[in-house]
Design a protein around this ligand. Structure first.
Ligand SMILES: *Cc1c(COP(=O)(O)O)cnc(C)c1O
Length: 374
């Protein structure tokens, strides 16, 4: 009902996968990362389309996110990033969510749970090559890998690492991380241990570090049509899948000296026409004061005053045709003009990922072109 929404264009998602898959070497597998509700796009919808395009794995960050896929009848392999509690491990075994085991204790716990359910479960091991987040330190990885490999209830299926910085011009540290990962892989080879899937690249790595592709890459943001950074855009033609729109809810004619918004941050120097939009920082728009703009009738209307949780005001004096009910583009394109996710990220002092995933659930998701064919 709400005249404010997140629009997800599934034809664009398919077109992006098409472009990526024709760029990608045919033998290179990909995992589609659908954590955090596929960065706000809807995990199930994105996962289904990723599978149409041959995703080898889906990847999430929490057990609940994995269970959501299973509850929606997605039977494809699902990888759960990070560490799991013992209670989570049990659920993962039950629902065939593939876990990371990065230490011997977790490996033994998981093996016992697998045996209880009469299963042999695939596992991946994360090697920390310099992010200092999850994983076994590259210098200590081999001994842990050998132990895990010898546990009958576990099938050592994957070796993984994650870049600290893959989408900037300077690839020095990424290449050092890559060297550390290759060292572990070489050690495994010498021990006669084979893993089916070695994977290190996220979207940035996919685009810029082909020497780090191994046999699988993990892509989250790229199929969504957003480049990882301004300097990391090797393939062209990807289009954002998500846009955010609302409608003008009210108009105010204000006089010289009048204030707009909380905190009295804007005072009109002359007569102005103000459009009130039914969307605020409680929907995920950055908290701003006299900064940012939206598109109305293909033109930029600047935000005036401080925006509220549920509303914001924009100056439409220079767009005199504006009427209540007009379509407003908060993120996306309107004619020649565009408010892109990077612009909103600068406004928020954050990154594009945070803006995409930050649109709140109270904004309804509207899916467009659901049945477009791939
Ligand atoms: C989020 C995440 C990704 C996906 O990153 P993109 O830059 O969105 O492609 C890949 N791997 C891991 C471990 C992640 O946490």
């Amino acid at each position: 009902m709400r005249p404010a929404r997140v629009r997800i264009d599934l034809a664009r998602l398919r077109a992006n996968f098409q472009i990526i898959c024709s760029d990608k070497p045919a033998t290179l597998d990909f995992a589609c990362v659908v954590k955090d509700n596929a960065y706000g796009h809807g995990a199930v919808a994105v996962a289904r389309i990723a599978l149409e395009f041959g995703a080898r794995y889906l990847a999430v960050a929490t057990t609940d996110e994995g269970l959501e896929l299973r509850q929606n009848d997605i039977v494809a392999p699902v990888l759960v990033f990070g560490e799991r509690t013992p209670a989570e491990l049990e659920e993962c075994v039950r629902h065939e969510l593939t876990c990371f085991v990065n230490d011997v204790r977790t490996a033994k716990q998981l093996a016992r749970l697998a045996e209880e359910q009469a299963k042999r479960v695939p596992v991946h091991v994360e090697v920390d090559t310099g992010l200092s987040r999850y994983g076994v330190r590259w210098t200590k990885a081999l001994e842990v890998l050998e132990i895990i490999h010898a546990i009958p209830a576990l099938q050592l299926q994957g070796l993984m690492s994650h870049f600290a910085m893959s989408d900037e011009q300077d690839k020095t540290f990424a290449l050092e991380q890559l060297r550390r990962f290759q060292e572990v892989l070489a050690g495994l080879g010498e021990s006669g241990i084979r893993v089916t899937l070695s994977h290190m690249c996220n979207s940035g790595g996919y685009l810029d570090l082909p020497q780090g592709h191994f046999n699988m890459v993990r892509m989250g943001i790229l199929p969504l049509g957003v480049y990882p950074s301004q300097v990391c855009r090797r393939i062209s033609g990807l289009q954002p899948v998500m846009s955010v729109t609302c409608e003008v809810a009210a108009l105010q004619e204000i006089e010289a000296g009048d204030y707009v918004g909380y905190g009295m941050r804007y005072q009109a120097g002359e007569r102005r026409r103000i459009a009130v939009l039914p969307l605020g920082y409680g929907d995920g728009f950055p908290r701003v004061r006299n900064a940012g703009s939206v598109l109305i009738r293909g033109k930029r209307a600047p935000v005036v005053g401080g925006n509220a949780m549920d509303a914001m005001m924009v100056d439409v004096t220079d767009i005199p045709e504006t009427e209540v009910g007009d379509n407003v583009v908060v993120m996306g394109k309107d004619g020649e003009e565009e408010i892109d996710v990077h612009e909103l990220a600068r406004l928020k002092g954050s990154v594009s990922y945070d803006i995409l995933a930050g649109w709140r659930s109270r904004l309804p998701r509207v899916y467009l072109n659901e049945n477009s064919r791939s």
